[in-house]
Structure formats: structure tokens, C-alpha cells
Design a protein around this ligand. Sequence first.
Ligand code: P5A
Length: 446
Amino acid sequence: MRLTRYFLPVLKETPSEAQIASHRYMLRAGMIKQASAGIYSWLPLGFKVLKRIEQIVHEEQARAGHLAMLMPTIQSADLWQESGRYNAYGPEMLRIRDRHDRDMLFTPTAEELITDIFRGHVSSYKDLPLTMYQIQWKFRDEIRPRFGVMRGREFYMKDGYNFDLTKEDALHAYNRHLVSYLRTYERMGLQAIPMRAESGPIGGDDTHEFLVLADTGESGVFYDSEITDLRFGDRDIDYTDMAQCQAVLEEFTSRYARTDDTHDEAVFHERVPEARRREARGIEVGQIFYFGTKYSEPLGATVQDRDGNQVPVHMGSHGIGVSRLVSAIIEASHDDNGIIWPEGVTPFHCGIVNLKQGDDEADAACEALYASLTALGLEPLYDDRKERAGGKFATMDLIGLPWRITVGPRGLKNGVVELTSRRSGESEELPPEQAVERIAAIYAGL
Ligand code: P5A
């Protein structure tokens, strides 16, 4: 992409309504624009990051054997009356009436709707286990939408639902989700710590939230510092293997880690030596639930078991805050000059800065770099504006591409360009072909 053809409405001033770095930088980098309270348009740069995150979620869901599907955003109230949640959900639910005076709602979550699909089509244990998920817009009329897309009213969520014959099978689904979420977040350059939490309006007793540590996080968290040493790494997991998933779950959840809802100071003191006790703040980027027959029973989602009995299926649901992740990643990875995208989610793989736009040699070198990067399947953002170097660097730093190639007449005389890491700030001079090779190698492993 050439910057002169792109839509990147960068703001010079810091918007006064933005209280945290991610909100400030998303507005300043022209990633989002507020449409109304807690509701945002995603401009081209923000949309690209959102799609990168979505793609990682899809790939990891596929790896775990889960099936992608899509349900509507507008639902009829009937199913929610059946489950008993229509009244219980309260003012967070956006209720709508259609022209025939039918009660509708904008989906805040979809346990009822998926259970209805299941009960209409599945009748035997032979069709289990089954896990389906979607990535779809949700609406929750949050009392205090804030921090941009961090706590929106409209937000993008991956929501998955498992159907199993027995509690044991459903707990395997729970463990499998925990493992696949660890891998998902790690690919985004995040350490998300599973913590025992409260289930709230979704229900059930088994639930973990995934928290990214950040001073600006909305949740208070208490944990054993040893937990931050754990790395998921490049493990070869067989997701169908109960014991393997269980072992990973135990490794990542056996130490004390809780959100403020479930924190117990006495237990914390008893289990964790003082030097390892940490109290901090975190951003909730996902949550998994096992709630057994809470929805299958009232909605009559039963199957025939091996002995011919009709039994309600055991279920759980699993959510990832896809739009919230964009801001969570920025909270975890930025400096005073702007965003620092992890390679896994960056909107463009690298920037090309032409220090002397209009100079025949510099222009030709940039075009050649652009062509070779593109030929390798990489997406560079070429700043081809007639602007002074300082302005170009400031834009690149703000939008946070992890690598920048700087091209100027002086370097070209010696046959070199400059390759700079956004994260470390370190630069290296090397021939253009080598810069391309280096960037290709960095992304080859992702
Ligand atoms: C699990 C999937 C559920 O709704 N039902 C289907 C279950 N879980 S949840 O924890 O309530 O939400 C899942 C994730 O969505 C993100 N999230 C939000 N993101 C932005 N703005 C909001 N207002 C918001 N509310 C929830 C969180 O990341 C949460 O973990």
C-alpha cells in the first residue's frame, strides 16, 4: 500500500476524551472513529488489525476441531423467555420491537440460539461431541462504556459452544478451549493468564477468565508470580487427547491466580509465599464456561444415549473479545511515540520511508523494495508522501509497524538502506536485498 493512496487520518493532537494509551493511539493513528457512545467505525488501518486477530482466532479454532458458523445479530425474544434469561439479563440487553409488535433483541451472547439449532437437528449421542463457534458483533448496553473499544457497547466477539454427552466429555471441551486460547493469545504476542473467576449471567460453576496484565486494566488480579514464567511455546498438542489437554490446564491453573470477584486473601496467604504474592490489574480478553444442562434442560436439547434414554446434553460456552484485543495488545505494547505491533497482528509487515521523494534514485530503490516484498507475499506500507523525514518517522512510530526500511540518497551511494526495529529502536545498514530477506525470514516462522 502506498500512503498517498491510503486513508490514514492521523491526528496531531491528543484527543481529550481518551484516558488510556490504547484509546489515544487508536484515535490518533486513525484506526477507529466513534459513531456514538461505545459504538465505533473501524477505519482501514484498525480494520486490518481486527481482521488479523480474527484470522488467528479462526486458525486456532480449526486446529482444535471447532466448526465455524454464523448466527444473526437480531434475535427473537421467545427463546430467551424459554430459558428464563429474558427478564434476568436486565438493562444490558438492547430490546427492540419490530413493526408487528414482536419483541426482538440485539444479541449480547448466543447460548439460546445455538441450543435451538442443536435441538432441531441432533438427536443421538453418535453426533457428539460437537463444538461450533462464530465471530459476530454483540451488543451490551454497558452502563459505562469507556476506553474506546476496550469496553464498547457494540463489540466483536468469538463465541463458541460445545455439546457433549457427559460431564466428563464437556470438561474435556473446557480444557481443550483453555489450551487453544493459550496458543491463540500467544500468537498475538500476548501473555494471557487463566484465572478462576465468577460466571455472572452466563452461569455455571467452572469458569476461567484470561487476563492480560496492564496497569490500565479494569479487573483487580491476585496471583503467584511464578505463573508469569510459564510459556505455552510451540507445543504439539493433540486436542482430541483428554489427558494432554488436562495436563496443560493443570500446568497453567494449579498456581493461585484469581480476579477480585473470587479472590480470597486467607487462601492467597496460605498458598503463596509472601515474596511471590502479586496484586495487579488486568484486561479480560476471554472467558470460558462449563454450565452443564443450564440451557439444554429448559430448552429440551436432549439426545438418545447408548442405553436409549433421552438425556440433556452437557454444554459450555467460550468467548474471546476480538475487538477488545486490539486495544489490549496496544496497552501491552506501546511507548511514548505510539503503538508497537507484535509481528503476529501488525496491519502491514513493514514500512518503507523514502527520505527524498522525487529523487530518481531514491524513488526507484523504494519501488524495487516494494516490488520484492510484495512478490514474497508481504504487505509493506510505503510512505511516498512529499513530507519531511521527521513527519514520516513520527507517523511510522505512531502506527507501530514493527520494521521500517529507510531509503535515502546518501545510503544508496554506498549501496545500503537502513532497517530499524520499532521495538528496540536499533538500526542496521545493509543492502536492500538483504533487508528484504531479513524481513521475509522474520515473518516466515509466523
Ligand atoms: C462466552 C461466549 C460470554 O458472553 N457467552 C458466549 C459467553 N462470555 S463473556 O465473558 O461475557 O464475554 C466474552 C468476552 O467478550 C469480551 N467483552 C467485551 N469486549 C468489549 N466490550 C465489552 N463491553 C465486552 N464485554 C465482553 C471480553 O473479552 C470477554 O471475555
